[in-house]
Ligand binder design. Structure first.
Ligand code: FAD
Length: 521
């Protein structure tokens, strides 16, 4: 008898969400994860006995998780404690140039007015309105569609929505459009940085990525216990709903019979039958043949030139002084053009890096100054050449020294020690996420068409489904979760029993089309 089991390869956010949703609908689910714990990029490291986040730190679009937990008969607040932040981030260019952005738009506008001038204040308010409009235009037809094309997008917004679609300027670059709102180069740089949330360069990304600014204004939360808790909570709930999770279980091959997926083979040779497989690794691994010959052409190959950004990250347990770190702080490079030219054009580490710091023992007000050493994650953008050109120790040391010098120029002294510092390079990320070169966000969103070229939940190989940050609707924790929901919905809709069942009507659009598209901060 053929198996009815669904195998999920990978326990990143997309895989965990797909597994949870499938298990909640009574499907027999087996998750196979190469690592020893769930989370994928939502990693946790322990340094000097202190556990800390080593991946994502900014939690947005809470509604995605509320709708998910709702759909599986649970309440998000019973599983995760979330605290909203007032200060979205503290930005610095030098010791004397600092700017906080707030969740409250009018507070940010006042801060920008004092930092720059009245024109900048007005420009910011117009920019916020524009970002809001882009988000509203794209939320339903793009984020919640299982695989939109320019044509389907136009079809879904309808004739009345077409002017809105053109107003979001899909053909202009983010950098050029930002010039319409901000003449102060520092503000253009600050808002251009939102492109990097999708692993893209602000000089090449389309203006539509301005919507990231709106997503942040809609709410940023801190997760009690760290972001890694999200993965633990999803894994626990998936188990409660009946899924089986196996760790240290690398899948070497996706097997097919008569042109459709029939199971997987693990690295130790074990074969497990399945009716369908959801692949949560980066789709680049399929094209590279890392999952065997059958799924090679299941999704369009990812050309290395189209890879998104990688990063150098440092996790530290260290004392700091001289700068009032907020939970999220950014220390800007003095030459943004040179930074991205180093990364995108020359494929080298930036000589003038912009540094993001997550101070994990702090809240967003200045009252939470830690007394001793504190848990820090520092991130600098880097090219995704972990497989083709690993950086030499000298290159890494040069970039690290410049990173700490850049923070010191803004007043921040970090008392680092080698035994309490853990560096992760593009080469390390390539090892963790094979065939990516260390790219952390799938393919870059460069040019208007890039967002349409990500594969959807259904691959070209019958029985193989895709979920994760390299799949539509794109990278980021909530987006990967949406892709997991879309994969689960597609599996359910395509199951032979679903096609004949009278209850089928709920399946295709069930998870992603549930209400909840409004923020519930
Ligand atoms: C440093 C950093 C900072 C970030 N900051 C943010 C942020 O602040 N906010 C935000 O929203 N997003 C952020 N992101 C992006 C976000 O983390 C990702 O988009 C998201 O977590 C990706 O989830 P995923 O579903 O693609 O799974 P992944 O995290 O990519 O996990 C895939 C899993 O599949 C497993 N796997 C792959 N192949 C196999 C195989 N053959 N056999 C078994 N297992 C396999 C892997 O081991 C891995 O565990 C950040 C990412 C990084 C790295």
């Amino acid at each position: 008898m053929t198996s009815r089991r669904v195998i999920v390869v990978g326990a990143g956010i997309g895989g965990l969400v797909a597994a949870l949703e499938l298990a909640a609908q009574g499907v027999e689910v087996l998750v196979l994860e190469r690592a020893a714990q769930p989370g994928g990029k939502l990693r946790e490291l322990t340094i000097g006995g202190a556990a800390m986040d080593a991946g994502p730190t900014v939690f947005t679009m809470r509604w995605v998780f509320e709708a998910l937990f709702d759909a599986v008969g649970a309440r998000l607040s019973d599983h995760l404690a979330l605290q909203p932040v007032d200060v979205l981030a503290r930005h610095a260019w030098s010791e004397h140039e600092r700017l906080d952005l707030f969740a409250d738009v009018s507070r940010s506008a006042d801060a920008i007015g004092s930092f720059a001038d009245g024109a900048a204040r007005r420009g910011y308010l117009e920019f916020c309105e524009r970002a809001r409009r882009i988000y509203r235009t794209l939320e339903q037809p793009f984020l919640r569609d299982s695989r939109p094309s320019p044509l389907s997008l136009a079809g879904r917004v309808g004739l009345r929505g077409l002017p809105d679609l053109m107003r979001i300027s899909p053909f202009a670059t983010m950098w050029s459009e930002l010039g319409r709102y901000f003449s102060d180069p520092r503000l253009r740089q600050l808002f251009g940085r939102y492109a990097t949330y999708c692993g893209s360069s602000p000089f090449l990304a389309p203006a539509t990525l301005m919507l990231v600014a709106h997503v942040e204004q809609d709410g940023v939360w801190m997760v009690d216990g760290g972001m890694h808790r999200i993965a633990l909570a999803l894994a626990a709930l998936a188990r409660e709903r009946g899924a089986t999770l196996r760790f240290n279980a690398p899948v070497d091959e996706i097997l097919t019979r008569d042109g459709r997926v029939c199971g997987v083979r693990l690295a130790d040779g074990e074969q497990i039958d399945a009716q369908a497989v959801v692949f949560n690794g980066d789709v680049a691994a399929l094209g590279a043949g890392l999952l065997g010959p059958a799924p090679r052409s299941a999704a369009a190959p990812v050309v290395p030139a189209n890879r998104s950004l990688s990063a150098l990250t440092w996790n530290l347990l260290a004392k700091t002084q001289g700068f009032p770190l907020s939970r999220h702080s950014v220390f800007f490079s003095s030459d943004y053009i040179a930074e991205f030219s180093d990364i995108s054009r020359h494929a080298r580490l930036p000589t003038a890096p912009t540094v993001y710091v997550c101070a994990q023992d702090r809240g967003d007000d200045d009252a939470h100054e830690p007394r001793g050493a504190e848990r820090l994650l520092m991130i600098v953008n880097a090219p995704a050449t972990g497989d083709t050109r690993p950086f030499t120790p000298e290159e890494l040391t040069r970039c690290e020294d410049e990173t700490f010098r850049q923070m010191a120029r803004c007043g921040l002294q970090v008392q680092r020690s080698p035994q309490h510092t853990r560096l992760t390079t593009p080469q390390d990320f390539e090892r963790l996420f094979p065939a990516t070169g260390g790219a952390l966000y799938g393919q870059a969103s460069h040019g208007w068409a890039a967002s349409f070229s990500r594969p959807g939940a259904r691959s070209r190989l019958p029985g193989l489904y895709l979920a994760g940050g390299s799949v539509h609707p794109g990278p980021g924790v909530p987006m990967a979760a949406l892709s997991g929901r879309q994969a689960a919905a597609s599996v359910i809709a395509d199951r032979p029993s679903a096609r004949t069942s009278s209850r089928r009507s709920t399946a295709p659009s069930l998870p992603v089309a549930t209400p909840g598209g409004t923020s519930t901060r």
